[in-house]
Design a protein around this ligand. Sequence first.
Ligand code: APR
Ligand code: PHB
Length: 390
Amino acid sequence: MKTQVGIIGGGPAGLLLSQILHLQGVESVILERQSRDYVLGRIRAGVLEQGLTDMLRDAQVGARMDREGLIHDGFHLAFGGRLKRIDLEGLTGGKTVMVYGQTEVTRDLYEARDAMGGTIIHEAAEVKPHDIETDAPYLTFEKDGMTERLDCDFIAACDGFHGVGRKSIPANVLKTYERVYTFGWLGVLSRTKPVDDELIYANHERGFALCSMRSNTLSRYYIQAPVDEDINAWPDDRFWDELKARLPGDAAARLETGPSIEKSIAPLRSFVAEPMRHGRMFLAGDAAHIVPPTGAKGLNLAASDVYYLSRALVTQYGDADESGLLGYSEKALSRVWKAERFSWSMTMMMHKFPEQGEFGAKMQEAELDYLTSSKAAMTAMAENYVGLPY
Ligand code: APR
Ligand code: PHB
């Protein structure tokens, strides 16, 4: 088999890259380890920056998002029993975010790739990149008991944090930066009306809480919990009681509870791998970086990588101009690090750290008090939340 761009991973990064390349006349093949049902069964965050929504529309996959997604022009920070609003639209000169689940984005991308005849090979096992430092790289994989080979001009490793792409870069070339947090987010999805029209991020002495949503009838809530917590120790009633205890009184009183339809604990991690290119292989999305979910930057960062990489590949094929590919890693990383900083600082400001002590708690309170009373500080928060320009 032969194609122009061999893509490892059929998550949002790989699918969006393939879709954009197709519309620009560049061929690709996606090799995905899991089945499609498995990929579509993963529940991930759901806040899309305007840059990403524009990209999805340009890639002809924005129609359902525009019908069903919810535009949010602000969100709330809760602390000290108070609720303070960050006016995203007012502070950024009209920018907003779209609440639309990553799972739905992925579903829309699969449908578009199918409709346009895209090749996605699911349940491709043992995918391996070869000869990435040469002009003739290729991928091998196992499918239905046979070993297959995919020759390509370039490889895009969009294979998530546990993928093979990053691991194929020699150790003396790759530098990684990491911070692992000692707690996780216990998340619940429920068919209930969201407690508020907007998201609420709460700093509380019992720990962080987040009220989010997928639609007007589907809520997504999270509470900070020990990362090794047994999920069975959290029957629904205990979850709802703990969430209420961490919200300001009026929000707690309004909270509609119901049976959970999904419940899981996710660890929090900050991670960056540099460079994002080695020879003819390019890393994009979670393959190269992870942010803690505070601020919902994971999917948005994958999208900005795809933005730079797709343009670079298109100019390479269209104009034989390799400057975009040569500059890809540096350009992508400059935006990645800023989103890493934002996600880390929001995580530090909103969570209870076991080692922080009373002084640390006072620092968080002062930071939140300052942030929500200074237009300059709120503007910086809003500018990052809606997403920095590409
Ligand atoms: N071979 C083939 N496919 C692989 C391999 C492999 N060795 N390893 C991983 N994959 C697949 C995974 O099964 C997954 O479907 O690569 C895909 C990677 O998708 P994601 O983990 O979703 O990563 P990405 O596409 O970069 O999406 C960005 O944003 O909100 C965050 O973490 C969240 O997934 C989200 C990410
Ligand atoms: C979510 O809805 O899952 C979500 C929203 C905002 C975040 C993180 C997760 O910051």
